[in-house]
Ligand binder design. Structure first.
Ligand SMILES: [Zn+2]
Length: 185
């Protein structure tokens, strides 16, 4: 049903003001999120089943998952060897691609606003280096952040696992934990 013209104008003006207001108040926060995420009810835990595959970095991937699990968030990770129930599927293996790590959310694109069914997290032993355990755990923790719905951090003056490249740390920082709590309140 169409609204009378005058009401429509008034409604539109109000919507524009609201959108501008949201942009000014939340630009920095929105920049940290891909747009999608796991099903979640406010106040309840995000229970996720993860699975480790591939010949490389089994220990590092396990440590990376625990590094998110042990934060004051609602994230709960459980390990499974059953592919059909696994939601976050990790691959520690050599890839001919140039990246250190890659995350593929399903059925979403990496920028889409949709609900994840499962995600794949790849950690590339060819580019990271077989003996670089510290970097491998950083990459696995970083890809886990993507798999939870976090984008690359654009803020300066903070520490965040969602920066690319080598950092002086390889675990989620308070900035990342805060973002997860925003995404899954
Ligand atoms: Zn990344």
């Amino acid at each position: 049903m169409k609204a009378p013209f005058r009401t429509l104008v008034r409604t539109r003006a109000w919507v524009v003001i609201l959108v501008v207001g949201l942009l000014f108040s939340s630009t920095i926060a929105f920049a940290d999120f891909l747009g999608g995420g796991w099903p979640h009810t406010t106040g309840s835990n995000v229970d996720l089943w993860y699975m480790r595959n591939g010949p490389d970095y089994q220990g590092e991937i396990g440590s990376a998952v625990i590094s998110w699990y042990s934060t004051p968030t609602k994230l709960y990770f459980h390990e499974t060897t059953n592919y059909s129930v696994a939601q976050m599927v990790y691959y520690g293996q050599s890839s001919t691609q140039s990246w250190w790590g890659l995350t593929v959310p399903h059925p979403c694109t990496t920028t889409g606003n949709c609900t994840y069914n499962w995600t794949e997290e790849y950690v590339n032993s060819r580019t990271i280096g077989q003996n670089n355990s510290f970097r491998a755990q950083k990459v696995a923790a970083h890809e886990t952040g993507h798999g939870l719905g976090l984008a690359h951090t654009t803020a300066s003056g903070v520490t965040s696992i969602m920066f690319q490249g080598d950092l002086g740390y390889n675990t989620p920082q308070s900035y990342d934990i805060s973002n997860i709590n925003t995404l899954y309140p």
